[in-house]
Design a protein around this ligand. Sequence first.
Ligand code: GRF
Length: 210
Amino acid sequence: MKNIVILISGRGSNMEAVVRALEAEQWPARIAAVISNKADAKGLEFAQSRGIPTAVVPSKEFASRAEFDAALQETIDRYAPDLVVLAGFMRILTAPFVEHYAGRMLNIHPSLLPLFPGLHTHQQALDAGVLEHGATVHIVTAELDHGPAIAQARVPVLPSDTPDDLAARVLVEEHKLYPYAVRLFVEDRVVVDGDSVRLLDRAPAAEATS
Ligand code: GRF
């Protein structure tokens, strides 16, 4: 049974999609905690309604990134996570924090990385005139939005699209993509080797017996 800790900052719809998939598909995993850096994050209510432990580490009360990350790490580690899932967690993380969870921390970014890292991805996509946009789940490394990708989903960009239209179309795909990628991890099908990732067709145990 793997322990998953999910970090959110707001709405938490990706967290909700992962929780629902875990419950519906009965993964060998539990959401050990949902942790937010904001006390008013909407997603906390959903987690509580599912009986998931929640915690708040309020980023605005810390003088430095290093102090916040240290407090966050201490809170996360109380739940002994096998996997840390960033789901709309709007913080830039320090290198020691990222290193502590090396190979076991995932993020979802609403673009086809390496295109459009950082903020305002949908506006960036429209400005660039691309015909396709999407979302990427990747392993978190020290460089923002640059870790090795595990999965991507694509959507068309339509001539009339506003950034909000595009965000809504991408979000529908995110809600399928993130549960899929987290499940790969839960099934030990993601092999991380430094800066590269290999995906196994089946769980290692299934491979050994077939
Ligand atoms: C998602 O688009 C995610 O890709 C990005 O921030 C948004 C968070 O939405 N990092 P939610 O909080 O999961 O609803």
